[in-house]
Ligand binder design. Structure first.
Ligand code: NAD
Length: 358
């Protein structure tokens, strides 16, 4: 595929979307149009270093708003869409699934319709190069036992309102490819972590609570396993899929970093003991870990087989979990100016009892 000139990124003010936009502005020549509603999860300052670029434009738009989407496509005339906008927190989906159905399913449907209409008006060369890239999760595949990995052929088996809404949107995207000829490509990724991760998610939550010497609530017995990927490695993988991936294909993205939730929290405790001011009485932060009632329907294990993207597109992660988590802990220690205002807005009210990767 020819490198796109203009990429429309939805959800670009979020954790992964902002990493994608920082990468596109820093390392490519493409113009970026960020379409974001700016929900509670958006972080304006995550884009501070690029927002003055003349290759960056922002549109505050809800992806369920068809008229606004039509205007955005007409105004910016993109060659590709990277669709990341979503409600993304599993615990919130259990408490209030409505927003997940609206944004993740209806929003994806409206975006597909707008993209389809735009695609229909392109000339043949631009049609051949156009891509609609849907950014999805490994959670659509359900839960693994002790053995095995998710491949691109694994049958869908979503088990939470979040993962069911993402599975629905994956199916819609494939259907728009098959039925209407929209050149779609999908990627399903494991748990991300890194800078600008909203503090309701496991890793930033544990870093901030551990820094402050608060209890560290871990679901169940902490043995649930997730496969972790540094967010900048994911952003690079997404650009690889968009610029090199074949239309109609899907690619699994993962970091070969399977860890139990308990091991993740213990690693964070040890890094904080090394890099942060010591706790009173010289206590180890591991002593702050407490086990709390498990999440309903908590998937036991996710593990990604990323052989296809490595073999066909030549992508491999740059960070190991050890290097990425140390960078992340250090970033949170140095950037309280980013997360403290979020805590002041009481964003953690929902997660008093525990959390997991997403
Ligand atoms: P996030 O919650 O940090 O960001 C989501 C962004 O979407 C926010 O900026 C929000 O304002 C925007 N948004 C929400 N509803 C919108 C709407 N109706 N219209 C326009 N914008 C809207 O999410 P994230 O962690 O960056 O995840 C991005 C995408 O990647 C999601 O689709 C998610 O399912 C997927 N994903 C996430 C992970 C992970 O570990 N975080 C892993 C795999 C896949």
């Amino acid at each position: 595929m020819a490198t796109p000139k203009t990429v429309l990124v939805t959800g670009g003010a979020g954790f992964i979307g902002s990493a994608v936009i920082r990468l596109l502005i820093a390392e490519t020549d493409v113009r970026v149009v960020n379409v974001d509603k700016l929900t509670y999860a958006a972080s304006g300052t995550a884009l501070a270093e690029i927002e003055d670029s003349n290759r960056y434009a922002f549109e505050q738009v809800d992806i369920t708003d068809s008229a606004a989407l039509k205007r955005v496509f007409e105004t910016h005339d993109p060659d590709a869409v990277m669709h990341l906008a979503a409600e993304s927190h599993v615990d919130r989906s259990i408490d209030g699934p409505e927003a997940f159905i609206q944004t993740n399913i209806i929003g994806t449907f409206r975006l597909l319709q707008a993209a389809r209409q735009h695609f229909g008006g392109l000339d043949d060369d631009r049609k051949a190069a156009f891509r609609f890239h849907h950014i999805s999760t490994d959670e659509v595949f359900g839960s693994l036992g002790d053995e095995g990995m998710f491949t691109e052929e694994t049958a869908y088996d979503p088990r939470s309102p979040y993962s069911a809404s993402k599975a629905s949107s994956d199916h819609l995207v494939r259907a728009w490819g098959e039925t209407y000829g929209l050149p779609v490509v999908l990627s399903n990724c494991s748990n991300n972590y890194g800078p600008f991760h909203f503090p309701e998610k496991l890793i930033p939550l544990m870093i901030i609570k551990g820094l402050r010497g608060e209890e560290l609530p871990v679901y169940g017995d902490g043995q649930n396993v997730r496969d972790w990927l540094f967010v900048e490695d994911h952003a690079r993988a997404l650009w690889t899929v968009l610029s090199k991936g074949a239309a109609g294909e899907s690619y699994n993205i993962g970091g070969h970093n399977e860890m139990s939730n308990l091991a993740v929290v213990q690693t964070i405790c040890d890094l904080l003991d090394r890099h942060a001011p010591p706790l009173a009485g010289g206590r180890s932060r591991r002593e702050l870990i407490t086990f709390v009632t498990d999440r309903p329907g908590h998937d036991f294990r996710y593990a990604i087989d990323a052989a296809k993207i490595e073999r066909d597109l030549g992508w491999t992660p740059r960070e190991t979990f050890e290097s990425g988590i140390e960078k992340t802990v250090t970033w949170y220690l140095e950037n309280a100016v980013w997360w403290q205002p979020l805590l002041d807005r009481n964003v953690l009210a929902r997660v008093g009892t525990g959390t997991t990767g997403k």
